[in-house]
Design a protein. Structure first.
Length: 234
């Protein structure tokens, strides 16, 4: 049974949660040479701008997909994989999105700044933390402890990357624009989705069509609320 759950996690739930990271992965590929060039020119303003825009974009994407997987995870698991356990894993893994997307791009910036040993040690510490969860908590709490260990690992890597970048670049962290306003927009989208689902409690639409329409509605409300919040680009 444990192998079956592990297969569901790695073969179904995790690839779906990791799918949006293709965007941040592409950004990381572009950031590395750009930051390296700015670093060689000692252009601190350009580096600081790249750091701030990267953090803002990664957090915005991460918060949005946290909401998507939280509110649609169970339905996605059932419709895509015909497996309710995959849906439950997707919901748990939803919380990893902001840290997963942020950690990857920040590591790329650190590498561009020549901090390769720092990123190596950070990733090593993240792996060690995950192994601690695997060794201590998984035998008692099962696969859920492994998922929370993955979350703790990504959080540790993200926060240590932020701390190291703050020491190196000294950027400003705009909590209101980067976390509060996207969080408020996500709350508005979630509340609107809840009302919509109450209204559509009984419908003849196929499950897939219903999920697509609800997803489009959720995205539209999120973007509209975000635009009305006066979000500023760094």
């Amino acid at each position: 049974h444990a192998l079956s759950l592990y297969g569901i996690l790695n073969g179904m739930a995790l690839p779906l949660v990791l799918f949006p990271s293709a965007i941040t992965g592409s950004v990381s590929t572009v950031l590395l040479p750009a930051v390296s060039e700015a670093s060689s020119l000692h252009d601190q303003k350009r580096i600081r701008r790249a750091v701030e825009k990267t953090i803002q974009g990664s957090l915005l994407l991460g918060i949005f997909f946290t909401g998507v997987f939280l509110f649609f995870g169970k339905s996605l698991g059932t419709l895509l994989f015909s497996n309710s356990e995959a849906g439950e894993f997707i919901v748990i893994l939803a919380w990893i999105c902001p840290f997963l997307y942020l950690g990857g791009t920040l590591s790329s910036i650190l590498n561009g700044l020549g901090k390769t040993m720092t990123t190596f040690l950070q990733n090593l510490a993240g792996i060690f933390l995950r192994l601690l969860f695997l060794w201590i908590l998984v035998p008692k709490y099962g696969i859920t402890a492994y998922l929370w260990g993955t979350l703790a690992s990504q959080m540790a890597v993200s926060f240590s990357s932020l701390w190291q970048l703050q020491r190196t670049v000294s950027f400003s962290f705009a909590f209101s624009d980067w976390i509060f306003k996207p969080g408020a927009a996500l709350t508005a989208a979630a509340c609107s989705l809840f009302l919509l689902r109450r209204l559509w409690a009984e419908t003849a639409l196929p499950n897939l069509m219903l999920l697509i329409l609800q997803g489009l509605f959720f995205t539209l409300v999120f973007l509209l609320a975000l635009s009305k919040s006066g979000l500023k680009e760094k």
